[in-house]
Design a protein around this ligand. Structure first.
Ligand SMILES: *Cc1c(COP(=O)(O)O)cnc(C)c1O
Length: 377
């Protein structure tokens, strides 16, 4: 059996071990230290925006904190993209609030502005004004931020931007993760860069960042003993893990370039295969990091379906995966309201994520191409 080709494996740069060793040498084996400070600083420089970054143990924690900082609690409603990973929606449940799921539009596969406004008006008519919008940039593709921001401003609802998959993506030249009141990044093992597990909350003031640090380190009041006037969380990133992040930040631009090249590789393979569309930017306003390359197969034209392609890959020990199953179809969210026209549902039925790692070899690409060519023969 050939070696496994993974969907999106970690890709170390080289200096990660140096920064970890440095933390051990200096005995900063805790949730404070130079690695955390430098990692946060390098992210804020990369985002090219005057932002204050708080490194945390996951993006899921970052979303939870952002909801808490917006004052979300039980009986509140929060709008979010149905077409996403559960990490976008679960923190709404942690707050005891209700997720309201919004369908995708066809251009970017992200939150549909039309369905969003329809949902807001309907919730308001039922006496339930939504408290926040969590908008996701799926697979690195920026959402329609102009339209979504205009609606959010019209109804005075704060935006939390789930850019867990979109570090390195831009919309009209501005970095994803810097549009909302809060931005979310993930450094989970499968993301474009990783700290093995980790995340960040992107804030727009030192005050918000200080509050995030406070809440993520058990909300300890200023006193010699342990004194608490708030419920806190143990969500801060460790200084060891941040050392991996520092090493990874040195090569982030290369990683974006490599992922975008994987997208080009698939565009080239599929250009002559009828009925298959490679997920691509609708126009120059959108710049995707192409974290994952994805296709949709029109079964009527291609006379093939995504599940058979997935199995063909599997036979050659190559990992591929259906697109995210929409959250409103998940048993755990069966009772949550949903607004849309089943765009995400159709994408889930017909779509497949393809191996997208930045460390794939030419041999790996050859194997992938062979499977695809044979399958669509
Ligand atoms: C990965 C991911 C998350 C969660 O990130 P963690 O760091 O694993 O908690 C949230 N939202 C989206 C869209 C993701 O892809």
């Amino acid at each position: 059996m050939e070696d496994k080709i993974w969907l999106s494996p970690p890709h170390m740069a080289g200096n990660e071990l140096y920064f970890i060793q440095d933390a051990l040498n200096k005995n900063w084996v805790t949730s404070q230290g130079e690695n955390i400070d430098e990692f946060e600083q390098s992210i804020s420089v990369f985002l090219k925006n005057d932002v204050n970054v708080c490194a945390l143990n996951s993006a899921t924690s970052a979303i939870h904190l952002s909801l808490l900082m917006l004052g979300i609690s039980s009986n509140d409603e929060v709008l979010t993209s149905t077409f996403s990973f559960c990490g976008s929606a679960n923190p709404i449940a942690y707050c005891g609030a209700t997720p309201i799921f919004i369908d995708s539009e066809k251009d970017t596969w992200n939150m549909c502005p039309v369905a969003l406004e329809e949902a807001i008006q309907d919730r308001i008519s039922k006496g339930k004004r939504p408290k926040a919008i969590i908008v996701v940039h799926l697979y690195g593709m920026p959402a329609k931020m102009d339209e979504i921001t205009a609606i959010a401003e019209k109804y005075e609802i704060s935006i939390i931007e789930d850019a867990a998959e979109a570090l390195g993506s831009t919309y009209k030249g501005k970095a994803c993760g810097t549009f909302g009141r809060f931005g979310i990044l993930s450094f989970n093992g499968n993301k474009i860069i990783t700290t093995s597990g980790g995340g960040a909350l992107v804030c727009h003031s030192q005050e918000d960042k200080d509050k995030a640090v406070f809440l993520s380190t058990q909300a300890r009041d200023n006193a010699p003993h342990y004194q608490h006037s708030h419920i806190g969380y143990n969500y801060r990133m460790s200084n060891i893990v941040a050392g991996i992040g520092r090493g990874q930040m040195e090569v982030l631009n290369d990683r974006v370039e490599a992922r975008r090249k994987m997208h080009d590789f698939y565009v080239d393979i599929f250009k002559d295969i009828e009925g298959v569309e490679v997920f691509s930017e609708p126009n120059e306003d959108y710049y995707s990091n192409h974290w994952l390359s994805a296709i949709v197969i029109d079964e009527k034209i291609a006379r093939k379906n995504r599940e058979d392609l997935r199995l063909a890959f599997l036979e050659d020990n190559i990992e591929s995966r259906p697109l995210w199953k929409p959250m409103h179809l998940q048993p755990v969210f069966a009772d949550a309201p949903y607004y849309g026209t089943n765009v995400a549902e159709k994408l889930f039925d017909d779509g497949l994520c393809l191996p997208s790692g930045s460390n794939l070899s030419d041999d790996d690409r050859l194997r992938i191409k062979k499977v695809i060519t044979k399958f669509f023969l």
